[in-house]
Design a protein around this ligand. Structure first.
Ligand SMILES: NC(=O)c1ccc[n+]([C@@H]2O[C@H](COP(=O)([O-])OP(=O)(O)OC[C@H]3O[C@@H](n4cnc5c(N)ncnc54)[C@H](O)[C@@H]3O)[C@@H](O)[C@H]2O)c1
Length: 318
């Protein structure tokens, strides 16, 4: 761990800098979950390269390598192994940030895994495990972070400058038949992000989500191999740059956004809207009137349903 001065606008505690305490995030302290490999590792490295001190969490031992890599390059990182579905682990990460680096400003929720099965053959434990790691995992750290920042805000009598970046997935929109557990968990993560953004604004805390596309262990069968030459559109580093920007004061006051993120693109999701309204002619609906109004028009193709066809999530990229 390297030392470093707190910045003059540091109202959420002090903090050691990253490489020699330089960069846009010098004096900021971040927690990144699932940082042992893949996107979380790339995000931790990017935050450290921008000057943040980082608590890196993962279940896997490889999280120690991420911390070592950051420290070896002149940054400041501490590895904390633990199951993010356990709320005590989430709380311990926030506490470790404060204890080790003197403050806490950035939460990147990323840890997770998939257990894809059709709904009719989905074991109960695979439902619980996937909802637990993503939704409960995001919620435990977020709760601890918000409790800390609320106290900081009360102490200084005004807003603090802090940021949450959550990791959702386009799966929550596409709702693939083989991912009922994952799609539902990521829908929950999206809603949690929006609730956090609304509840946190008064304390000066922002919350946004990325829906990444990256070649990692999780998606090794999804994306084609990296090109032999030239930039790799599915390199996790593209996502890490966007996450680092969302985490930094440079992106203020942006909050409540959900961004599909990969390569050189970000796709900004629009809010859902009410497409049509039907009103019963009497005091309440009858089945017959539902059939003749909404039912007739939906059967005739007037409404496409809530699920998003993949073509509508195509960005102008590779
Ligand atoms: N790669 C993509 O294209 C893509 C697309 C959409 C969403 N995502 C999301 O991005 C995040 C990162 O995925 P990735 O692609 O880097 O996968 P990955 O498998 O490479 O990395 C996930 C990391 O999370 C860790 N982890 C798993 N369970 C944990 C737990 N209980 N506690 C702590 N750490 C745990 C794993 O050990 C691993 O290091 C996930 O939330 C995933 O759902 C990824």
């Amino acid at each position: 761990m390297s030392g470093g001065a707190a910045t003059d606008r540091d109202d959420t505690g002090g903090g050691a800098g990253g490489p020699a305490g330089r960069g846009p995030l010098a004096g900021r302290v971040a927690v990144v979950t699932g940082a042992g490999q893949g996107l979380g590792r790339a995000e931790a490295l990017a935050l450290a390269a921008a000057g943040a001190s980082v608590i890196v969490n993962d279940l896997a031992e490889s999280v120690a390598d991420t911390a070592e890599e950051i420290n070896a390059s002149g940054g400041a990182a501490l590895a904390m192994r633990g199951d993010i579905g356990d709320w005590e682990v989430g709380a311990s990460l926030v506490q470790a940030a404060v204890d080790a680096f003197g403050g806490f400003h950035i939460l990147v929720n990323n840890a997770g895994f998939i257990r894809d099965r059709m709904l009719f053959s989905l074991p109960e434990e695979d439902w619980d495990a996937v909802v637990r790691v993503h939704l409960r995992g995001h919620a435990g750290t977020s709760r601890a972070a918000m409790a800390y920042w609320r106290e900081c805000s009360k102490a200084v009598g005004g807003p603090v400058e802090a940021s949450v970046v959550n990791t959702t997935s386009e799966s929550f929109l596409l709702a693939p038949p083989g991912q009922p557990n994952y799609a539902a968990a990521k829908a929950g993560v999206t809603a949690l992000t929006l609730s956090t953004a609304q509840g946190a604004a008064r304390y000066g805390v922002r919350a946004n989500a990325v829906a990444p596309r990256a070649r990692t262990a999780m998606t090794s069968a999804t994306f084609r191999p990296a090109p032999a030459e030239g930039p790799d559109p599915f390199a996790p580093e593209h996502v890490a740059t966007v996450v680092t920007w969302l985490a930094s004061p440079a992106s203020a006051p942006i909050t409540g956004q959900v961004l599909i993120t990969y390569s050189t693109h970000i796709g900004v999701l629009a809010r859902p809207r009410v497409e049509a309204v039907y009103t019963a002619s009497g005091d309440t609906w009858t089945a017959d009137e539902l059939s003749k109004t909404f039912g007739a028009e939906a059967r005739a193709g007037a409404h496409n349903g809530y699920a998003v066809p993949p073509a509508e999530l195509r960005l102008n990229g590779p």
